[in-house]
Structure formats: C-alpha cells, structure tokens
Design a protein around this ligand. Structure first.
Ligand SMILES: Cc1ncc(COP(=O)(O)O)c(C=O)c1O
Length: 384
C-alpha cells in the first residue's frame, strides 16, 4: 500500500507540546519589554544537583568505558547501586536482572508500554495524570481510559476485556495526591483478579510532605505484575542528564531492555556515572535540605495564591481550581492573560478531559522570591 505523504496513525495521534499557545503570548510580553519570565509551568527545580558533572572524577574511568558503547542494560555499578537502593528504600527485591537504566522515566514508561501492551489495548490512567503517559499510549495506538485518581470502585467498573494495564503516579503529577496502603492493595487485587499489568510511576518518591511513600511492587502479589519507574531528574535535580530506571520482574525487564537497545542503544555512560555519584552521596546533604525547601515553598505558595487549591501531600505542584474564573469550563484564556504578564502555568486539559478549568503551578522550579513574584502577577489577573 502506498504511504507517502501520509504519516502513521500513531505519529499523527501523538499530541504536540501543551504550551504552544501560551508561548505566543509570552513572546508578545517579551517583545513589549515587559520584563523577565517566571516559568511555573514546568516540573523542575532551581536547586543545584546532588552531584555535578564537574565534581565527578572522570580520570578514574578508562576512556574505553567512558567513550565506547555501554551495556544496553545500564552501567554495571549503577545497576548494582539501584538494585541495593530498591531493596533498602522501596522494599522491592529487584536484583540486577530486575533493573533497566533508561533516558529518564519518560523513556522507561515508553519502553514498558511498548513491551507489555498491544495496539488496541486499553490503559487505565488514574486522572488527573502526567500528560506524557497519554501521548506514550497514543503513540503506540494504545487507548487511554480515564478513571478518577484513587477511586477503586470506578477502577473496577472501567475494566473491560480490552484493558491490559493500569497507570498511576504516587505522589501524583499534577495534584500531589498519593495512594496509601489500602488504595495500593486495591489496585494490586484488581490487577491480580483481572490479569493486568501495573505501571507505577514513582518519580516523586522523595517529594513527600505528609504521609509515607509506598510501592505496589512491595505488596503481596504486586511484584510479579508491576513495572516501577524512578528518575534522577526529580530525586537528585539532574533532569538534563536524562537518567531514570525501571524495576520489574526479570522477563519484563529483559523485554524492556530489547526496546532500550533498539531505541537509544545505551544511556550515555558519563550521565550514568553522574547519577551514580548522586545515588551514593549522603542523602541528608541533598534530599533532606531539598525537601525542607520544597515544603516551605508549597506552604508559602498556597497561602499567597488567590485561587483555591488543595494542600498536596507530595509532589512539586499546586493544582489550581480556576472554575470561579472560567465560566465556560476552560481556563485557557486566563492562562493566556497570565502569560501576557510573563508567568506561565500548565493548562489542566493536558491532565485529563474534565480538568479544563484547572491549572498546574510548579512550586519547586524557581527560588522563593521569584515564586512570590509569579503568584502576585497571577493574583493581579484574578483580581482584575
Ligand atoms: C509523574 C512523572 N512521571 C515521569 C516523568 C518523567 O521523568 P524524566 O524527566 O525522568 O523523564 C515526570 C516528569 O516531570 C513526571 O512528572
């Protein structure tokens, strides 16, 4: 069958950046000499990383290891350190065969979905959800199905003969919600009863302010059917290095490894080396300090904001309820007015089909004075 000039259905279905429209307004703000831009839309940190590239002692590594192709599975010392961390911190008995190093958690989830789901399969997304998981599903012709976050009854009702997996993030992006032991056990029980895979996104495991982070793979019945993903972007402020990892049963990881092998071959060894340095560094030197700052930023931002939000027990975001300012159920024009004042936040419709009047604000991406300034600009629009 002739194809040119048509694209693949999966390529065409994959969504573009959610910020395109806001960037136009931002460009006008900058062109009019409006001042500096405050980026509260992206999930990042203003803190310096737990281990910097210029702190790593590269000379200890022979060039043959640093500049040659690496193992598609991951650099062995990092794989071993991750397996030890998984056991110690997450109660997941992965072993080296149950670890795959990836280009961030995005790549881990992309390869996991490709490894376990077929076109036409349904993937349940606990909603609101991290936007890229929907695109990852659509990019494989997998059908995303929205279910309210943590609602076990709705989850059970949503399962059809085509359901193949359940995805959730705990703590969640965008609203910081978390699944407690009971909620996780309900997910695992349903997955066991209905023969489903679990995609557990735990990249915010270290951003917990109230309660405790738990892993489905550590629960009875969970390990055999769960792929759990983590990221050095979040835990160690190394987003640009693009290092993450998946944990799972050995045959699943072996299949994910084939997909890593055929997508990037191996994650750059130099980046893995810097991730390794962060993982081995003293936790209290970085994570405890970061957590105290993020908690203070969460509380400060919530108190200052004129829009209602819940108090997120974890994560890096406030989930703004802009319904009072969005009579038609869509806050995009409001976000355009924020952008026209040089402050960006993320539109809720990227996080679920019924969240158009909500928006996500990241409280970890800029220092406290910039956060205050950004919120004041938002409040000025809301007051106007
Ligand atoms: C819930 C969630 N999962 C996965 C990712 C992707 O992480 P990475 O930067 O390691 O690809 C993010 C990034 O913001 C996220 O918020």
């Amino acid at each position: 069958m002739a194809r040119f000039p048509a694209f693949s259905s999966a390529g065409a279905a994959t969504p573009a950046s959610i910020f395109a429209r806001l960037r136009e307004h931002l460009a006008r703000f900058q062109a009019s000499g409006g001042g500096d831009v405050i980026p509260l839309q992206i999930g990042d940190t203003y803190l310096p990383p737990a281990a910097r590239l210029d702190e790593v002692t590269w000379t200890e590594m022979p060039p043959s290891e640093l500049y040659a192709y690496g193992s598609p599975n991951g650099w062995a010392p990092l794989v071993d350190a991750i397996a030890a961390k998984a056991q110690r911190r997450n109660g997941i008995d992965a072993g080296a065969g149950g670890v795959q190093v990836t280009c961030g958690a995005t790549h881990a989830l992309s390869c996991a979905v490709a490894a376990l789901l077929d076109p036409g399969d349904e993937l349940i997304l606990m909603t609101p959800y991290w936007p890229l998981i929907r695109g990852i599903a659509l990019g494989r012709n997998v059908v995303p199905v929205e279910v309210p976050y943590g609602d076990a009854a709705a989850l059970a009702r949503a399962i059809t003969p085509r359901t193949a997996g359940i995805y959730y993030a705990t703590p969640n992006n965008p609203d910081g919600a978390m699944l407690d032991a009971g909620a996780l056990a309900a997910v695992v029980d349903l997955a066991v009863q209905r023969d489903l895979w679990i995609f557990a996104d735990e990249v915010y495991e270290d951003y917990v302010y109230d309660g405790a982070h738990l892993s489905a793979a550590a629960l009875p019945g969970g390990a055999a059917r769960t792929v759990t993903v983590f990221s050095f972007a979040k835990s160690f402020a190394q987003a640009g290095l693009r290092v993450g990892y998946a944990l799972g049963p050995e045959p699943v990881i072996a299949t994910i490894k084939k997909l890593v092998n055929h997508s990037v071959y191996n994650v750059p060894v130099a980046m893995q080396r810097a991730a390794h340095a962060a993982l081995l560094a003293d936790r209290s030197a970085f994570l405890d300090g970061a957590l105290a700052r993020y908690r203070a930023a969460r509380d400060r931002a919530r108190t200052r904001l004129a829009a209602p939000t819940t108090l997120p027990p974890g994560g890096a975001y406030l989930w703004l309820d802009l319904r009072p300012w969005s009579p038609d159920g869509d806050c995009m024009s409001l976000l355009e007015r924020f952008a026209a004042r040089g402050v960006l936040i993320a539109p809720g419709n990227a996080f679920g089909s019924t969240h158009g009047a909500f928006a996500r604000l990241c409280f970890t991406g800029v220092p406290p004075d910039r956060l205050d300034e950004g919120i004041d600009r938002i409040n000025a629009v809301l007051a106007g």
